[in-house]
Design a binder for this molecule. Structure first.
Ligand code: ADP
Ligand code: MG
Length: 695
C-alpha cells in the first residue's frame, strides 16, 4: 500500500524469530508482509499499568504482581488434566500461589525460574486464607534477587491461532514497529490530519499496539477509523462523480400499457407497492440517472415493482437487465418476469455462465444490435463482451451481494450515457447505515405486506424434540402443504450428521418422513440437477425440500408453508429472517421451527428468541445491530465496499460525516498533491473489486 517504501512489503520471515512454521501460522491470520503485521491490531489490552501487593488484590479481578518464585509442583487431577502450582512471595513478603490447569514449562525451565524475581498477570481467586492467580502470564525479570522494575503499561492481546502465543506476537509486532514505523509515510495529508486533529501514521500505528494510555489508543483508533471512512466514502462516491455529467434515457410509460399490466396481475397491488412504483416511474422520466434503493421486507412484493420499471423501458423500445446473485434465483425470476411481461408482447431472455455457446452467441448478437428486451442474468452479464447499447434500466436484486464495481460496470453498459439503476434489498438497513453501505442513493421503502397473509408461527425446539417437529411436518404435508428443511452443512467428513443435508435426508427418508416425497438441493449439485429439483418442488412433485442456505434469497414457492431450520442458532439473524421469509407467501397458516444445535451459545439462543418474538424485518435488523455491535453490520461484509475494522459507527458518526465531505473534495481534484495518495487508494480498491467480480 505504501509502495514507495521498500521494506513494508517484505515477508514477515525477515524478522528475527519468524521461521517457516511461524510464517505458515501467520498466513492463517492473513498476515504475510511486515505491513500486514503492523496492521494486525490487538483486539484488547491488559492493564498492567501498575503492580499491586497480594494484600490489595480483589477477588475476581485481574492483577499484576511481582515477587520471588519459590517452588513448583504438579498434580494430576484427572487422566487428562494436570495442575501446575507455583508458590511465590510477593515484594511485601506475603505468600501467594499461581495455578495453571495444564502443564506449563518443562522441568528444566521450572528449575531455572526458582529463586528468580518474576511478574505474574492473571485473575485473582481468594479463598481458604490464600491468594491465587489463575492461569497467569508469567515473566522472569532479568537478575536473581534484584530489584528490576517490571514493564508497566497496557499489554496488547492479539487474536491468535493455534501454535502462536501472545508473547510471539508481542515480540514480533514490537520488532516490526521499531524497525519500520519510523519509515512510514502517511497517506492522509497534513491538512486533513490537522483539520481533524489526528496523529501521524507513525505515531498512530505505535499507539495501536503499545499505547502509553487508553487516551493515546483512542486517538490512534480514530486516525485509522477516519482513514477507513475516507476510503469507503470515496469508493461509494466515485460512481456518482464518474457519472455525474452523463445522461440516462428519458423513459416514459404510456397509460394503456401500464393499465394492461396492472389488470393482468393476479392480485391487487398494495398501497406500498403503488407508492414505490410511483417513485420509480417519476425518476425514470428524468435524464439525471436514477440510483434508487428499494427496501422492503421479504415477501412484500419487490419483484412486481421491478417488473413495472422494466415494462416502462420495454414500452420505449429499450433494454433492461435484471441481475440476481445466484443462478437459482435468476432462473426463478426469469419465470416470474416472463409470466408478467411476455403476455403483453415483450421479450425476456436469460444469460448465465451455464448458457451453452450455441444459445449464447445469437443472444449476445441481438443484444449488441440493440434489440429491445429484458435480460435476466447472473453476474455473467457484467463481462465486457456482453454489449447492451440501449440499456436503460439495471435492476440488482439482493443488492448486498454485489459490489460497487459491479454496479458501475452495469451502469456504464449503454453506448452513450448511463442506465438508471434500481437496487433491491430485503435486508433492511437502518437509515444511518445506508450511507456507508450503498452510499448516496434515493431510498424507497415498501412498508406494507400483501393482505390476507397470516403471520408465520415460529417455535424454538431442542434436538430431543425432533420426533415431534417432523411429526408436525408430516401433518403439514397431509394437509396439502409443502416444507423446507434447512441444514448448515452439506455433509461433514465421514459422519452422517443430522445437521447436514445428506445425513438428514438419509435419516428422514428411512424414518419420520418415509411416507413423504423428499428432495435435496445444495451447492455441490450440478446447476442442472439443482434447477430440476427446484422445478419439481415448485410443481408440487416434491413435498419436503432439504437444502443448505442456497435457498436463502428470493426463492418463491407460495404453497410451501413450513420451514424447519436445523442448528438454527448457528445462523445469523439476517439469514434466519431471509430463510423464514421462504414461507408465509400463500394464504395458508405458515410455520417456522428453529431447532437448536448440540451446544448453542448464549448469543445464538438470543437470536432465536428474537426470531420467535417478531416477524418484522426492521425490528430484526435493529436487534441484529445490537447483538453484533455496530462494527460488524449486515450487508457491509458482503457489499463489496472496504471493510470497517476499527470504525465503530455508533461512536464515529461525526467522523463518517466529515470523511464523506473530505472524500468529495478528494474526488473533485484527485491530482492535487494532498489528494493523490488517497485517490490512488480509492482507485486501487475499486479496481481490485472489479477484477475479482468478473473473473
Ligand atoms: P420479495 O419482496 O421478497 O422479493 P416477491 O416479489 O418475491 O417478494 O413476492 C412474494 C410473493 O408475493 C410472490 O408470490 C408474489 O407473487 C406475491 N405478491 C406480490 N405482490 C402481491 C400483492 N400485492 N398481493 C398478493 N400477493 C403479492
Ligand atoms: Mg425478492
Amino acid at each position: 500500500m505504501y509502495d514507495a517504501l521498500v521494506g513494508l512489503q517484505d515477508s514477515v520471515s525477515i524478522l528475527k524469530g519468524i521461521g517457516p512454521k511461524s510464517v505458515r501460522l501467520l498466513a492463517k491470520l492473513d498476515v504475510h508482509t511486515i505491513e500486514d503485521l503492523l496492521h494486525m491490531f490487538p483486539k484488547r489490552f491488559e492493564d498492567r499499568t501498575q503492580t499491586s501487593p497480594l494484600a490489595a488484590c480483589t477477588d475476581g479481578e485481574a492483577a499484576y504482581v511481582t515477587g520471588i518464585a519459590e517452588s513448583f509442583s504438579e498434580r494430576r487431577v484427572r487422566h487428562d488434566l494436570t495442575l501446575t502450582k507455583l508458590i511465590f512471595h510477593d515484594d511485601a513478603g506475603d505468600e501467594g500461589e499461581a495455578v495453571w490447569f495444564r502443564r506449563v514449562l518443562s522441568p528444566a525451565q521450572q528449575a531455572r525460574i526458582i529463586g528468580m524475581r518474576i511478574t505474574l498477570f492473571g485473575k485473582v481467586k481468594r479463598g481458604y486464607g490464600k491468594v491465587a492467580l489463575q492461569n497467569p502470564d508469567i515473566n522472569v525479570l532479568a537478575t536473581v534477587g534484584g530489584t528490576d522494575t517490571p514493564d508497566l503499561g497496557l499489554v496488547p492481546v492479539y487474536g491468535l491461532t493455534d501454535g502462536l502465543s501472545q508473547a510471539n506476537l508481542r515480540e514480533w509486532a514490537e520488532a516490526a514497529l521499531t524497525t519500520y514505523a519510523p519509515t512510514l509515510t502517511d497517506l492522509l495529508p497534513g491538512t486533513l490530519r490537522a483539520k481533524h486533529q489526528l496523529p501521524h501514521l507513525m505515531t498512530a500505528i505505535k499507539d495501536m499496539h503499545i499505547p502509553s494510555s487508553e487516551r493515546h489508543h483512542e486517538t490512534a483508533r480514530r486516525r485509522f477509523a477516519f482513514e477507513e471512512l475516507l476510503i469507503l466514502h470515496g469508493v461509494l462516491q466515485s460512481r456518482r462523480i464518474l457519472l455525474a455529467d452523463k445522461a440516462a434515457p428519458v423513459v416514459n410509460i404510456d397509460r394503456p400499457t401500464f393499465d394492461a399490466f396492472v389488470k393482468a396481475l393476479p392480485f391487487e397491488l398494495t398501497s406500498g407497492q403503488v407508492d414505490v412504483i410511483d417513485d420509480v416511474l417519476k425518476s425514470l422520466r428524468q435524464s439525471s440517472g436514477m440510483v434508487r434503493l428499494i427496501q422492503g421486507d421479504v415477501g412484500c412484493g419487490k419483484t412486481v415493482v421491478a417488473a413495472v420499471g422494466l415494462l416502462a423501458v420495454l414500452s420505449c423500445g429499450l433494454q433492461g437487465v435484471f441481475l440476481a446473485p445466484t443462478e437459482l434465483l435468476a432462473r426463478q425470476q426469469l419465470v416470474v418476469l416472463r409470466n408478467l411481461l411476455e403476455p403483453l408482447g415483450f421479450r425476456v431472455e436469460f444469460l448465465s455462465g451455464s448458457v451453452p455457446e450455441k444459445h449464447r452467441r445469437p443472444l449476445l448478437d441481438m443484444l449488441a444490435a440493440g434489440e429491445p428486451m429484458v435480460l435476466v442474468a447472473t453476474h455473467a452479464v457484467l463481462e465486457p463482451n456482453v454489449k447492451l447499447p440501449r440499456l436503460a434500466l439495471s435492476i440488482i436484486d439482493e443488492q448486498h451481494r454485489f459490489g460497487v464495481g459491479q454496479r458501475n460496470a452495469l451502469m456504464t453498459k449503454p453506448n452513450d450515457g448511463i442506465s438508471h439503476m434500481l437496487l433491491m434489498s430485503a435486508t433492511p438497513i437502518p437509515r444511518t447505515l445506508t450511507q456507508v453501505t450503498v452510499g448516496d442513493v434515493d431510498v424507497s421503502t415498501i412498508t406494507t405486506l400483501p393482505g390476507g397473509r397470516k403471520p408465520i408461527r415460529t417455535h424454538v425446539r431442542g434436538q430431543e424434540q425432533r420426533a415431534k417437529v417432523y411429526g408436525g411436518v408430516r401433518k403439514v404435508i397431509t394437509d396439502g402443504g409443502q416444507a423446507y428443511v434447512v441444514c448448515p452443512a452439506i455433509a461433514p467428513d465421514g459422519e452422517e450428521s443430522l445437521e447436514s443435508v445428506v445425513g438428514l435426508f438419509a435419516d428422514l427418508s428411512r424414518g419420520w418422513l418415509s411416507q413423504c416425497r423428499l428432495g435435496m438441493v445444495h451447492g455441490q449439485l450440478r446447476e442442472e440437477e439443482r434447477s430440476q429439483v427446484m422445478d419439481a418442488f415448485r410443481k408440487g412433485d416434491i413435498d419436503v425440500l432439504l437444502a443448505t442456505t442456497v435457498i436463502e434469497v428470493g426463492v418463491d414457492v407460495p404453497r410451501a408453508n413450513a420451514i424447519v431450520i436445523e442448528a438454527a442458532d448457528q445462523f445469523g439473524l439476517a439469514q434466519l429472517h431471509q430463510l423464514r421469509g421462504r414461507v408465509g407467501r400463500g394464504d395458508q397458516q405458515s410455520f417456522c421451527v428453529l431447532v437448536t444445535s448440540g451446544n448453542p451459545t448464549e448469543i445464538g439462543l438470543q437470536r432465536l428468541s428474537v426470531m420467535a418474538s417478531t416477524t418484522d424485518g426492521f425490528v430484526i435488523a435493529q436487534e441484529d445491530l445490537r447483538l453484533r455491535g455496530p462494527g460488524d453490520v449486515i450487508g457491509l461484509r458482503q457489499s463489496g465496499v472496504p471493510q470497517l475494522r476499527v470504525t465503530d459507527l455508533a461512536k464515529d458518526a461525526d467522523l463518517s460525516a466529515a470523511a464523506a465531505e473530505d472524500a468529495r473534495e478528494v474526488l473533485k481534484d484527485p491530482n492535487h498533491v494532498d489528494n493523490c495518495s488517497v485517490y490512488q487508494r480509492i482507485e486501487a480498491y475499486i479496481n481490485s473489486v472489479d477484477v475479482g467480480a468478473v473473473a
